[in-house]
Design a protein around this ligand. Structure first.
Ligand SMILES: Cc1ncc(C[n+]2csc(CCOP(=O)(O)OP(=O)(O)O)c2C)c(N)n1
Ligand SMILES: [Mg+2]
Length: 541
C-alpha cells in the first residue's frame, strides 16, 4: 500500500498510543487531519487552538500518550502559542502539527507566512520540518524528545505538498523504548542511605516528575514502608493520599499552608527530593533548605530526571536518572528509625486543617466541599487560575494521583474547561468536574459548544464573583485603587442552556447539592454558576 508523508506521520502517532487529535483545520493542514482520521485518531473540532491544546493535554493525563494538537499555518499557529508555552512549563508531552507553505512557494509568497519554528523556539523542546524520504525518522525523533527527560511540546511543520506526497521508502520500525537508568552504588549513594537511616526528622518533597515517569506506586510504597512523611506540589497531590497520616497534602501557592509547611522543611534533618521540579513553586520556596556537610545538620538528597539548572534550591547530592530504580537502590538494606517523635507531623496536619476549614455555611470552601462529597476518589477535577484555585487546591482531597489537573507552572487562565474535556474524552466513564473563575471561563467560553457537540456530561463549576479576585486582592493589598479588576455579571446558567447544556444557579449548599444531582450522567454538560461575594477569599489562603 502506498503511504503519503501525512499517513506515515499519523501511523507513527497511532503507534505511540495517540487516539485523539484536537484543533481547527485550515486548507494547509487538511491532508494531515484526514491522515490522522484514517490512522484511527478521533478528530475533535474545537473553537480555538488554545482550548484544543488543553484538551490534548487532558488526554495525556488519562492515557500517558502524548497529546496531539493540529493547527493551520499563521493564525492557527499563533493562537496555539499559550498552550504550547504551558506544555513547556508544565512538562506536557504534546505534538503540535502545523501546515506550512512549500519552500519553493515561500520564495515568492507572503500571505499568512511567518517562521513558525523561530516563533516557537523558546517554548518547545524541538521544532522539526518533515522532509521527503525521512518522515518516519523525523517523527520518531520528535516523539522521543517529547517523552524523554522532562516531557514537553514538540512542533512538526508539514509542508503542504509533501503531506499529500506518496513516500517511496517503507517506514522503518519504531525505535525501542528507552530503558530506565538508575544511579549506581557509590560512596555518595552510600552516604545518602546511611544519613537517611540515621535521620530523626526526614521529610520527602514530591513533584511532578514522579507522574512524568509513572512511578507513583513505587514512591508510595517506599515512603509508607519507611514511615517517611511527605509534602507534594499541587501536581503531585494524591501520590500519598492527602488525608493519610504521613501526608501534608499539596503546597506551593498558599501563604497560609507555607506557614505550616516551610518551618517543617527548615526543621527537617533530611530532605528527600523525589522528582521535585520547582517550576510549580513561588518565591517562598527559593532556597528554603540549607544543605550542610556536617553530621547532625540538614542533609538534602535529590533524585530528579534532569540536572538541577534552575537554581531554586541546592542539595548535598543530586542524582539524575529514573526515579523508581533509584529508590529501589536506596531501599537496599535501609532501615529508618523512629522519626518525628514529637508529633510534629500530626500537629502540622491539624494546623493545615484549621487553616482551611470546609465547614463554612456558604462560600468558595463550601462549594469545593459539596463537589468533593459528590465525587468518587477516582473522579477527576481540573481547576483554573485565580483565587479559587489556591483555595481549591488546598481543600480538594486527592486520594489518588492524577485526579487534580491544572496549569501550575505557567498558571494560565482558561485551561480548566478544556483540560476537563480532554480527560473526559479519553475516559468517558470517569466523573469529571472543571472548577473555574468567571473571568477564566469567559476567556474560553466557545469551548462549551465543543462540549455540547461531544455530548459528554462534564460538570463545570463557576465561582461567580464578578471579579478578578486574585488580582483584586493583590491590588488592594498593595494599596492601589480598584482598577480593571471588577466586571459585570454574566448569566452563566442561561448561557449554558443556550449553548446546549444544562445551566443551574447555586447560592447555598442545598442548591449546590441539587445542582450536582445527576450532573455526571447523561449526554449534556452541566454548568453550575456558584455565586459568591466579591472579596470572598479575604483571609482564606
Ligand atoms: C491568560 C492569563 N491572563 C492573565 C492572568 C493573570 N491572572 C491570574 S489570576 C487572574 C484572575 C482570574 O479571575 P477569575 O477567573 O474570575 O478567578 P478568581 O481570581 O476570581 O477566582 C488573572 C487575571 C493569567 N494568569 N493568565
Ligand atoms: Mg472571579
Amino acid at each position: 500500500m502506498s503511504l503519503t508523508a501525512a499517513d506515515i506521520l499519523a501511523q507513527r502517532l497511532f503507534d505511540a498510543g495517540c487516539r485523539h487529535a484536537f484543533g481547527i483545520p485550515g486548507g494547509e493542514v487538511l491532508s494531515v487531519m484526514h491522515a490522522l482520521d484514517h490512522a484511527g485518531l478521533e478528530i475533535v473540532l474545537t473553537k480555538h487552538e488554545n482550548g484544543a491544546g488543553f484538551m490534548a493535554e487532558g488526554t495525556y493525563h488519562r492515557t500517558g500518550a502524548p497529546g496531539v494538537l493540529f493547527a493551520t499555518l499563521g493564525p492557527g499557529m499563533a493562537n496555539a502559542y499559550n498552550v504550547i508555552a504551558n506544555a513547556h512549563q508544565d512538562r506536557v508531552p504534546l505534538v503540535f502539527l502545523t501546515g506550512r507553505v512549500d519552500d519553493f512557494d515561500a520564495a515568492s509568497y507572503t500571505h499568512q507566512v511567518f517562521d513558525h519554528a523561530k516563533a516557537l523556539e523558546p517554548v518547545v523542546k524541538g521544532s522539526f520540518t518533515l522532509v521527503d524520504g525521512a518522515v518516519d525518522r523525523i517523527v520518531d525523533k520528535a516523539l522521543s524528545l517529547a517523552q524523554s527527560g522532562r516531557p514537553g511540546p514538540v512542533h512538526i511543520d508539514v509542508p503542504i505538498s509533501l503531506a499529500a506526497k506518496i513516500q517511496e521508502n517503507t517506514p522503518k520500525l519504531w525505535q525501542p523504548a528507552y530503558l530506565p537508568s538508575a544511579p549506581s552504588e557509590s560512596p555518595e549513594f552510600k552516604e545518602v542511605r546511611t544519613r537517611l537511616a540515621q535521620a530523626k526528622r526526614p521529610l520527602a518533597v514530591l513533584g511532578l516528575e514522579i507522574l512524568s515517569e509513572g512511578c507513583e506506586a513505587d514512591v508510595k510504597e517506599f515512603l509508607l514502608k519507611h514511615g517517611i512523611p511527605s509534602v507534594a506540589t499541587y501536581k503531585g497531590k494524591g501520590i500519598i493520599p492527602d488525608d493519610h497520616a504521613l501526608s501534608l497534602g499539596g503546597a506551593g501557592l498558599s501563604p497560609k499552608a507555607d506557614k505550616v509547611v516551610l518551618p517543617l522543611l527548615e526543621q527537617s534533618d533530611y530532605l528527600l527530593l523525589i522528582g521535585y521540579d520547582p517550576i510549580e513553586m513561588r518565591h517562598g520556596w527559593q532556597d528554603v533548605w540549607q544543605p550542610c556537610k556536617q553530621p547532625g545538620q540538614q542533609f538534602v538528597a535529590e533524585f530528579t530526571l534532569e540536572p538541577n539548572l534552575h537554581g531554586m534550591h541546592r542539595a548535598n547530592f543530586t542524582f539524575t536518572g529514573s526515579l523508581a530504580p533509584a529508590l529501589n537502590t536506596l531501599d537496599k538494606g535501609l532501615t529508618v528509625g523512629p522519626v518525628w517523635q514529637e508529633n510534629e507531623i500530626s500537629s502540622a496536619k491539624s494546623g493545615l486543617a484549621s487553616a482551611f476549614p470546609a465547614d463554612e455555611e456558604w462560600g468558595p470552601a463550601a462549594i469545593v466541599d459539596e463537589v468533593r462529597k459528590a465525587m468518587p476518589d477516582h473522579g477527576i477535577a481540573s481547576v483554573d487560575s485565580g483565587a479559587h484555585r489556591i483555595l481549591q487546591s488546598q481543600l480538594w482531597v486527592c486520594r489518588q494521583p492524577h485526579t487534580l489537573i491544572q496549569s501550575s507552572a505557567l498558571c494560565t487562565m482558561g485551561c480548566a474547561l478544556p483540560l476537563a474535556m480532554g480527560a473526559k474524552v479519553a475516559s468517558p466513564d470517569v466523573p469529571v468536574v472543571a472548577f473555574t473563575g468567571d473571568a477564566g471561563l469567559e476567556m474560553i467560553l466557545g469551548e462549551l459548544s465543543t462540549l455540547r457537540d461531544l455530548k459528554l456530561p462534564v460538570v463545570v463549576v463557576v465561582f461567580v464573583d464578578e471579579s478578578l479576585a486574585l488580582i483584586e486582592l493583590k491590588q488592594r493589598g498593595s494599596g492601589r485603587d480598584n482598577l480593571a479588576v471588577d466586571f459585570g455579571g454574566t448569566d452563566f446558567a442561561a448561557l449554558a442552556d443556550a449553548m446546549g447544556g444544562r445551566g443551574l444557579n447555586a447560592r447555598n449548599r442545598t442548591e449546590m447539592v441539587a445542582a450536582l444531582d445527576g450532573a455526571f450522567e447523561g449526554d449534556k454538560f452541566t454548568l453550575i454558576a456558584a455565586h459568591i461575594d466579591r472579596k470572598a477569599y479575604d483571609g482564606k489562603f
